[in-house]
Ligand binder design. Structure first.
Ligand SMILES: [Zn+2]
Length: 93
């Protein structure tokens, strides 16, 4: 058995379980009895490694409400950053 998704025009995504390869293209919505078309979605999203899921979640949150930082993450103290001598010759704005 596998879980398939159908989109009802009124109720949104509806999940239904069928044997693999036997899912119909249309389904009667269990809530409103309207025809719901099958939706093809990415499988096995729950099998992704936790660090990857955490990184994707953080990237999504960052798009909406970026975290505010006052210093470079991972650095401690206020030690001066070593500069390359060639940086002094770069044009200034
Ligand atoms: Zn419906």
């Amino acid at each position: 058995m596998a879980t398939y998704e159908y989109r009802c025009p009124r109720d949104g995504v509806v999940a239904a379980r069928f044997p693999i390869g036997e899912a119909p293209g249309w389904l009667r919505c269990p809530t409103c009895a309207a025809d719901a078309a099958r939706v093809f979605s990415a499988p096995s999203l729950r099998a992704m490694p936790r660090p990857l899921v955490a990184a994707l979640d953080r990237a999504g949150r960052s798009a909406e409400a970026p975290e505010v930082v006052t210093r470079i993450p991972g650095r401690r103290g206020t030690a001066a950053r070593p500069t390359h001598p060639g940086h002094a010759r770069l044009p200034r704005p």
